[in-house]
Design a protein around this ligand. Structure first.
Ligand SMILES: [Zn+2]
Length: 471
């Protein structure tokens, strides 16, 4: 059996199983007629089933291990509860109804509803969505009542639009860093991304309201994970909900660039947002990923360090650009000083350097006129391999690997691959090179996206090697 047959059987199998799931959902929902609460319960049952299967298929060591976080209720303060998961979901209870901040990811919604609802019964009057990412908003339909207000940033609609429109493209990129994602975006209606229409939008003037004696301040804080980030501040309790504004680790260097795709995030806007948050003097910090943080001093110190590190890298890039340095030179040179050292698990400083450069100057770096035309250097690789000879190039690649220079080795191997894509020895050396890059990522940068991307490349290259060995 050749590989094409295997793939078509796999495709047919997943098509059949998808069809069965869709038919079952349609039958279950049809049985509920017009009864909204029955329908909600049936939907939650189906999602629970799908969620269990999806969670089981996730490997343990990927993407920072978010999917291994137990779905458990945490009391943050009186009347303030969280249920954890890939994305955390929060409810603030008031005598006049409940206000939510973020709603987690759809495949975990059933379990989150089951655990959090009994702790905070009563109608949901408002759902505040920290930003448009799927792990924060796709649970919303399972919480929303008929009259629930949906509060989001003014830029939410635009962010959701482009993420929806580019979904086929972004899905494939997302899968390289989140390899547990299904091969295609889901076609199950209730799990689909997008389609949320906020009823109240927040701009730079923020949005304040009061309900049942509790004051809510929804703050516009763009720049971290997109243009549509908002935070929620409860001034009476001094609790700050930050969504992804501070990312999944506190404190961390921000991800002003994400290799999953998405638009560049604006560094100076982010610094302004951090200044707004520092001024609040929060005593409890509640991000929408992982545990919350308690302690005014620790929160102030962490926020200040993130702000200063972002400012430092920004200013160094600007100074380097003005001094006529190249983007690659700055990627090599700029590092956080010891007093601003932060984890780069989520955002890598060198990628931040390049993003800030391109945010200001876009993609023409004035290094060579060839940058302006659709003929990349890769187009002459096969010729180069012909001239230099594959053996010589392979030898150079090995010499660089021996000196622990995987990038130089990879350039040589990509030249070889342009001429001889089926060269087994070259592919094996390429895998060894990827492994060296992964090893460095594990030991030095510790960046989760870098690690998972390399793991995906290794597993794709190994599959190709098996194909070639069998062929
Ligand atoms: Zn998130």
């Amino acid at each position: 059996m050749d590989v094409a047959d295997k793939k078509s059987i796999k495709d047919r199998y997943s098509y059949i199983s998808r069809s069965i799931v869709q038919m079952s959902i349609a039958l279950i929902l049809a049985g509920c007629g017009e009864d909204a609460s029955l329908k909600r319960q049936a939907e939650l049952k189906v999602v629970e089933m799908i969620g269990k299967v999806a969670t089981r298929s996730m490997p343990d060591d990927m993407a920072g291990g978010f999917h291994n976080i137990p779905i458990e209720v945490v009391k943050i303060a009186d009347g303030v509860h969280q249920v954890m998961g890939i994305g955390n979901t929060h409810i603030i209870s008031t005598p006049d109804g409940n206000v939510m901040f973020d709603t987690g990811i759809s495949i975990q919604a059933a379990e989150q509803v089951k655990k959090l609802k009994p702790v905070a019964p009563g109608p949901i009057t408002h759902i505040i969505l920290s930003h448009s990412h799927a792990d924060h908003i796709t649970g919303a339909r399972f919480w929303r009542d008929k009259d629930t207000e949906i509060i989001a940033h003014r830029e939410f609609a635009e962010e959701q639009r482009y993420l929806t429109e580019l979904e086929p493209y972004l899905h494939n990129r997302n899968r390289t860093v989140f390899p547990w994602m299904p091969e295609e975006p889901t076609d199950i209606e209730m799990l689909k991304y997008g389609g949320i229409e906020p009823t109240i939008t927040v701009d730079e003037n923020d949005y304040h309201f009061e309900q049942g004696g509790v004051q809510f301040e929804v703050l516009s804080t763009p720049g971290a994970e997109g243009a549509d980030n908002i935070c929620l501040w409860l001034p009476q309790k001094k609790i700050l909900f930050t969504g992804d504004t501070l990312g999944p680790n506190f404190p961390q260097f921000p991800n002003v660039f994400t290799m999953r795709g998405e638009k560049v995030r604006k560094p100076v806007e982010y610094i302004n947002s951090l200044n707004k948050l520092i001024a609040l003097e929060a005593e409890i910090l509640v991000p929408s990923h992982r545990e919350h943080i308690v302690g005014k001093e620790a929160i102030r110190a962490g926020l200040t360090k993130i702000r200063d590190a972002t400012q430092y890298v920004h200013d160094e890039v600007v100074a380097g650009m003005n001094a006529g340095k190249s983007v690659h030179q700055l990627m090599k040179e700029i590092q956080l000083p010891a007093e601003l050292e932060l984890t780069q698990e989520h955002g890598l400083v060198s990628w931040g350097v390049r993003s800030i450069w391109e945010y200001y100057a876009t993609w023409f770096h004035f290094d060579s006129p060839t940058e302006l035309y659709p003929i990349p250097v890769r187009d002459i690789y096969a010729d180069l391999a012909e001239i230099a000879g594959v053996d010589t190039l392979m030898e150079r690649a090995r010499a660089h690997l021996d000196q622990h220079q995987p990038m130089q080795a990879l350039h040589y191997l990509e030249i070889v691959a342009a001429k001889e894509p089926n060269n087994i020895a070259a592919l094996q050396r390429q895998i060894a090179t990827y492994e060296m890059i992964l090893e460095d990522a594990i030991n030095i940068s510790k960046n989760n996206y870098e690690k998972d991307y390399m793991r995906t490349l290794i597993s794709n290259a190994e599959a190709r090697l098996t194909e070639l060995n069998e062929g």
